[in-house]
Each structure stands twice: as C-alpha cells, then as structure tokens.
Design a protein around this ligand. Sequence first.
Ligand code: NAD
Length: 315
Amino acid sequence: MKVGQIKKIAVVGAGLMGHSIAQAFAQEGFPVNVTDAFESALAVAKDSIRSNLVTLVEEKFMSESELEQTLGRIAIVKDLAQAVRDADFVTEAIFEDLEAKQNIFKEMERFCAPDTILASNTSSFRMTDISSLMTRPERAITTHWFNPPHLVPLVEIVLGEKTSEETCQTAQDFLVKIKKVPVRVRKEIPGFLINRIQAAMNREVYSLSEMGIASAEDIDLAVVASLGFRLASLGPLRIRDLAGLGVTCKVEGELLKEINSSTEAPKILRDKVTRGELGTKTGKGFFEYTPESVEAIIKKRDRQFIRRLKELYRS
Ligand SMILES: NC(=O)c1ccc[n+]([C@@H]2O[C@H](COP(=O)([O-])OP(=O)(O)OC[C@H]3O[C@@H](n4cnc5c(N)ncnc54)[C@H](O)[C@@H]3O)[C@@H](O)[C@H]2O)c1
C-alpha cells in the first residue's frame, strides 16, 4: 500500500481518543467509518466531534461549511466488518487490553483487503504482541496519538518485529498528508518516547508536591510559565545547547543526587486513587472540579491549542 492509494479510513473504538482521531482524518478530506462495541459510545462520539468542530469554527480554524463537510465525511457504523471492509487504513483505539487488541486485529484482518494498514493507538503494548495472532503482521503498526488527537501534532510510530518498512513509510507519509508530525521510535520500548519523558518529570512533580515544597497551584503555574513556555518552541536538547552543556553537566550532576528516583507509583497518587479522587472524572484530583468548571477548562485548553497549532504548525 502506497500513500496515494489510501482513500478510505476506519476507526475502531470511538472513546476519548477514537472520536478525535476520526475527526483528524475527516478534517483533511478523508471519509471515515467510526465503529464501537457500544452504541452509546457512538452517540457520544458524534456529539463530541460536533462540539470540537464548533470550537474550531469559533477560532476561525475552519468555516461553517467546512464543519458540515467534515461531519458529512464521518459515518457511524455499528458493525465492525462493515466499518473496516473497504478501508485502506484502520486505526484501532479500543480499551488498553492486550487480549482484546489481539482479537480485534485478528478479526479486522479477516474483513479487510490483504494490504490494508492496521494501526493501533496502544499506549503500552508492543505491536509484536498485538499482532501475534495475525497471518499478515507486516501490515500492522503502532501509531500513538496524544490527547486531544485532532489538535496535538505528534504521532509516535513504532514498528513490531514483523512490521514491514513499506507499512512504516506509508503510515508516516499518510500522517504527514493529514498534517500531523510523525516521529519514528526505533525500538519497541515501554512508553515509547513521550510517556517515558513525561513519567520522569511527573515523578519529581509528585515528590515536590508530597514534600510540600510548593502548592499544587504554584507547581503548575511555575511549569507552565517556564518549561511549558519554552518547550512549545524548542526541544529539551536544543534548550540545553543554548544554555551550554558545561553548566548543564555541572548542575544536573549535582541535582540528580537529590531528586526522586523511586520505581513505584508515588504514595500521593496511590492515596488519591484509594480515596476515589481520580481527577476531573470524580470532581477531585490535585484540584476540585464541578462539571461546569471541567467544561470551561477543556474549552480554554482547546482554544489555546488551536491558536498554538495555527501559529506554530500551519503558518
Ligand atoms: N486517553 C489518552 O490520553 C490516550 C493517549 C494515547 C493513547 N491512548 C490509547 O488509546 C486507546 C483508547 O483509549 P481511550 O482513552 O480513548 O479509551 P476510552 O475508554 O475512552 O475508549 C475506548 C472505546 O473503545 C470501545 N471498545 C472497547 N472494546 C471494543 C471492541 N472490542 N470493539 C470496538 N470498540 C471497543 C469502548 O466502548 C470505548 O468507547 C487505548 O489503547 C489507550 O491506551 C489513550
């Protein structure tokens, strides 16, 4: 399969990630079948896509007529076989469960053409394992998107042991075609690139919070107004080159002795989970929420992401 042959898309699993991944394909002109094991999830997905698109119109990222055209390209399909049958590129975004993913890849293979590319949005499993029941694992690949997928540019690409170079090249070309930023991860390691980097930073963030070094509000404010501000434009390695590697070597050499190096889920997180404080979902996490405040935070986040996307990636 070459990139020019990709005409039709299917997305399997229409939850938080799947609905927005489907939208990303449809926004760039591709017809997309969206399917899910639960009909209720499909109804929510449709409403969520419309609501995401309204924010894009409000921010003048697209016109009203482009919104309608995008919606018109998305078909809600209840049956898996029907959803994937004529797709050239399928993205799976079902629950993070290895057995479920293995089974769905095996099933999708039965229904699709032999050269359809089958991609997984898995956060933690190796494609080598997901594709272990397939007869043609060379067309299976991990494409790992970031929430919200229709706005965050990066998609990590990870090959399984049997994924072909052609599958990788086509997936990469296709993601560029729909204006994403694909980055190839050279080894199938847990967490790929970004979740590892994020976990390393978060370990210290939880530890600082647990030690009471600053309030939760101030930790977030400090990170957004420094690391966040810089990292929107420059990568961490470039930032170090600009700072000077001599001073970096000295400072980090001292600090690494001091900062948290635990290999367990931190107590502050375990305690919150035990108390049922799971974040916005339950109204309390590091901060407290009402349904209205969650909606306002997501709207503000999306508006700022759209402006950043326009300025940094679409100008
Ligand atoms: N949430 C994130 O920020 C994030 C980021 C990157 C990757 N991921 C990965 O994306 C995938 C989906 O995560 P999510 O957060 O969207 O989960 P989610 O629970 O919001 O959505 C999963 C959807 O899959 C559906 N589903 C489950 N089994 C199915 C099946 N057999 N056939 C069809 N549909 C099925 C569910 O009904 C649900 O709607 C997971 O593999 C997750 O690890 C999540």
